[in-house]
Design a protein around this ligand. Structure first.
Ligand code: 13P
Length: 285
């Protein structure tokens, strides 16, 4: 099938009541596991590279692999820059051929976030690339093991979301409605009435960050109220690490490459489970 834009994927998901998973592919094993899960389940897929993960990988070395794999996949795949904040990284992602970028100005005052987002939209749309931006702020960090709670004072304001979308022309809006990046402290509580109001006013596909640790019911309600993209990393990292930890005591002559195949299979199953919950199975067009 093909390399597609984020807009192509999330517009269909938004209209048809499911969500596409965006998985942070910090290395080839996660990329392979995610691609295998998508192909076996005929699901669209978003391969995301977070700016905070650029210490783990070299964008210019890795991008050609991601793009080639997306092009030859049997399902539609978008290649996305997650939480971009640095002008140089947007330019690199666009130059490498990414089909989507996220500008994260969520810690900036509204006007500054809107102005900077608009600039990124102008640049990205000029070359056919989709843009996601965040209003309100989802706390925590991808893969962060120290438990976090959402801060309601940072939740997205529905009226501001409407103004923000109109002012910037973004393709998808990341919202703060109770999720956190990394591990949750206690039971997460999503503010579904707020999400419903944002959906009504913003009118664009919505994005849920911090998709690890939420229940099936949280996802069901989020998707029923406009969430069309869900970001996941911590759960994949933990599934892979659990596999590695339980394999301790394996024979000394264990082959590294063969063992990595088992890690890839673990990641594939973790991704496939999310795809089933998100309702994206069988949605590859
Ligand atoms: P988790 O690591 O909590 O799944 O969040 C991932 C994310 O939102 C990436 O942007």
């Amino acid at each position: 099938m093909a390399l597609v834009t984020l807009k192509q994927l999330v517009d269909d998901a938004f209209q048809n009541g499911y969500a596409v998973g965006a998985f942070n592919v910090v290395n080839m094993e996660i990329m392979q596991g995610a691609l295998q899960a998508a192909e076996e389940n005929k699901s669209p897929l978003i391969l995301a590279v977070a700016e905070t993960h650029l210490g783990l990988l070299d964008l210019e070395q890795y991008a050609p692999i991601l793009l080639r794999e997306a092009e030859r996949a049997s399902v539609p795949v978008a290649v996305h820059l997650d939480h971009g904040q640095t002008f140089g990284n947007f330019v690199k992602a666009l130059r490498c051929g990414f089909t989507s970028v996220m500008f994260d100005g969520s810690t900036l005052p509204f006007e500054e976030n809107a102005a900077k987002t608009k600039e990124i939209v102008r640049m990205a749309h000029a070359v056919g690339v989709s843009v996601e931006a965040e209003l309100g702020h989802v706390t925590g960090g991808e893969g962060d093991p120290s438990p976090g709670v959402a801060d309601p004072t940072l939740f997205t304001d529905p009226e501001e979301a409407q103004q923000f979308v109109q002012a910037t022309g973004i393709d998808a809006l990341a919202v703060a409605v109770g999720s956190v990046h990394g591990v949750y402290k206690g039971k997460p509580e999503l503010d579904i009435p707020r999400l419903a109001r944002i959906r009504e006013l913003a009118g664009v596909p919505l994005v849920l960050h911090g998709g690890s640790g939420l229940s099936d019911e949280d996802f069901r309600q989020a998707i029923a109220n406009g969430i069309a993209k869900i970001n996941v990393y911590t759960d994949l990292s933990q599934a892979a690490m659990a596999k590695i930890r339980t394999a301790q005591g394996m024979p000394e002559n264990t082959d590294f490459g063969k063992f990595m195949l088992e890690v890839i299979a673990t990641i594939k199953e973790a991704v496939a489970e999310k795809m089933r919950i998100f309702g994206s199975v069988g949605k590859a067009k």
